[in-house]
Design a protein around this ligand. Structure first.
Ligand SMILES: Nc1ncnc2c1ncn2[C@@H]1O[C@H](COP(=O)(O)OP(=O)(O)OP(=O)(O)O)[C@@H](O)[C@H]1O
Ligand SMILES: [Mg+2]
Ligand SMILES: [Mg+2]
Length: 545
């Protein structure tokens, strides 16, 4: 009887596992170890330039004697890396250790020329801290979940090895080592095993990436190896398995899902292979594969590095770091969604989180431009109850940025040399007051940007929208005669020759088609008429009110 029940349960579990949903009988637990390359000017313990990304094109050009571990060279700590670590630790609500220390972690590998890595084992840089994930901002299933951070430690990166499988020497694999990455500063962040769902892992990585970018301490890219995530996975009583070499978010998530399935099978004595053991596994794109078992685990023989004194921070450093930090991304999104901005979650996120990567602008510059434009627009229209601040975000995100991309104009140049927020706000006020129509304003904006670009973005003095509107004859006509307007609108309906559409508008079935008629009217008047006037006339003709 019992056996029968167990079989049914295990079949259910297997079906759940293979469809990638987690079964309630088997709980997934994950903890992360994230290595982040800091973008300091110099390396961690030498004065070499910290440009590990140059590796592929120019190997070994940023490698000093220390980075290749010539005997007799000694480490000197780069305090910029300490400052970056302090920014991160404080942002994550961690407790910074006023006296942290460096230790040697010994192991033998070609990309580790010293024979040990300098890291922080006994006295890490900071302990504790957390990242909060929420359903609203991060798309997880629970309302809120808190992922606790165990510690942050500063350490050196290793050199980069690449393997030539078609070796010059018959029958042997050849390894190339590039020391540009050797001794690049890293922070290792270790989390508590607080993840029970892949969505939490995905959200955490995204939030962490955004944080390091916001703090300007790392480029935060997984693809280039700036951030490397190792995932420890266990299911129920299965010992933790560490997954390494996961190059991007989808590998991370797929490897966890596969590993969940594999451990469930192991617990059930199934066929996916492996034993119930502590292991380090890799990811081949389809499955996790054994890299090291516990038996081959190295004894690192940690010891305090005698060449490096303790890092002693004065309390002022932390006070000043705290002062220098800007608002958290969540608080920023919250603020943009509240009065007076009232942005949608989507727009607030675009202004807060770096997603759209290009050389022309970043989300911080766009947010600053938005906030300044907003303030000036509101000031210029302070006595107008009908001002519509929504037009600001849509004009900036859609019209302005779209054009900057099309014409390849950096926002910074635009701001400094032609269209600072105060002038852009003026244009928006002219649109709001219907002195220029939306469509004419779009044309005008594109035109001035095109000219700006053609002149190599050199400074434009005294840009005056009112004068330009006059010059190009774009002013909305205020003296349109009613009879002429009525005739024109009737002509449009006749020329359209679509009685079904007209009936649908009249019956209320397709109210939006009225906008289409208004659009045709706008075209007829070359954008020089108030939308409202056209709309009212069509309504009158079609007896809509
Ligand atoms: N039962 C568990 N299931 C899943 N993950 C776990 C479990 N217990 C601990 N972990 C995670 O394992 C990780 C341990 O990392 P830590 O750096 O402390 O040690 P390590 O992996 O042994 O060292 P190394 O840095 O040499 O890889 C943490 O992310 C922690 O959350
Ligand atoms: Mg670790
Ligand atoms: Mg580990």
């Amino acid at each position: 009887m019992l056996r029968g029940n167990y079989r049914i349960l295990s079949r259910v579990a297997r079906r759940h596992a293979s469809s990638n949903t987690l079964s309630s009988k088997y709980e997934l637990t994950c903890g992360l170890e994230i290595h982040t390359q800091l973008n300091t000017k110099n390396k961690l313990f030498s004065m070499s330039s910290n440009k590990s990304f140059e590796s592929l094109a120019h190997p070994n050009i940023n490698a000093s004697y220390f980075d290749v571990a010539l005997p007799g060279t000694q480490p000197v700590l780069n305090y910029e890396a300490v400052l970056f670590a302090a920014k991160l630790a404080v942002s994550l609500h961690g407790t910074v250790n006023i006296n942290s220390q460096f230790d040697r972690k010994h192991y033998f590998y070609g990309d580790q020329p010293q024979g040990y890595q300098i890291t922080q084992h006994y006295h890490p840089f900071s302990k504790g801290g957390y990242i909060m994930l929420s359903k609203e901002f991060d798309g997880i299933d629970q309302d809120l979940s808190k992922i606790n951070i165990t510690q942050l430690q500063i350490e050196q990166d290793t050199a980069r090895s690449s393997y030539l499988h078609q070796s010059l020497i018959e029958g042997r694999e050849e390894a190339l080592i590039d020391f540009n990455r050797s001794n690049v500063p890293l922070i290792e962040l270790v989390t508590e095993p607080d993840f029970h769902d892949v969505k939490q892992v995905k959200a955490f990585i995204k939030k962490y990436q955004n944080l390091v970018r916001q703090l300007h301490i790392s480029t935060g890219d997984l693809e280039t190896g700036s951030i490397r995530v190792d995932v420890n996975v266990s299911v129920n009583e299965h010992p933790r398995v560490e997954l390494k070499n996961l190059p991007n978010t989808s590998s991370i998530l797929n490897a966890i899902k596969y590993e969940y399935k594999r451990q469930v099978e192991v617990l059930e004595g199934g066929s996916l292979g492996g034993s119930k053991a502590v292991e380090t596994r890799g990811w081949d794109g389809e499955k996790t594969t054994l890299l090291r078992s516990k038996e081959s685990a190295v004894d690192y023989r940690y010891m305090a590095d005698p060449e490096l004194p303790p890092v002693t921070l004065s309390p002022d450093v932390l006070v000043n770091v705290k002062k220098s930090l800007t608002q958290s991304a969540d608080d920023c999104i919250r603020e943009l969604m509240a009065e007076p901005y009232n942005l949608t979650l989507k727009d607030a996120k675009i202004l807060t989180i770096q997603n759209d990567f290009n050389d022309l602008y970043n989300n911080e510059e766009v947010r600053q431009y938005y906030l300044e434009t907003f303030n000036i627009y509101m000031l210029l229209l302070k006595d107008d109850n009908k001002k519509k601040p929504k037009i600001i975000v849509s004009w900036i995100l859609h019209e302005l940025l779209g054009n900057l991309k099309k014409l390849e104009i950096p926002l910074k140049k635009l701001n400094e040399n032609m269209l600072p927020p105060e002038l852009f706000a003026e244009l928006l006020v002219l649109i709001h007051k219907q002195i220029i129509s939306n469509s004419s304003a779009k044309m005008l904006l594109f035109h001035i940007l095109e000219e700006f670009k053609a002149n190599d973005c050199v400074k434009v003095e005294n840009l005056d929208f009112k004068a330009l509107i006059k010059k190009y004859d774009l002013e909305v006509q205020t003296d349109v005669s009613k009879t002429e307007l009525e005739q024109n609108c009737r002509d449009i309906i006749t020329e359209l020759n679509n009685p079904k559409m007209i009936d649908d508008i009249k019956s209320g079935k397709k109210k939006n088609s009225l906008k289409y008629l208004v659009g045709l009217g706008m075209r007829k008047y070359q954008g020089k008429i108030k939308v409202q006037e056209l709309e009212n006339m069509f309504k009158q003709i079609l007896e809509l009110e």
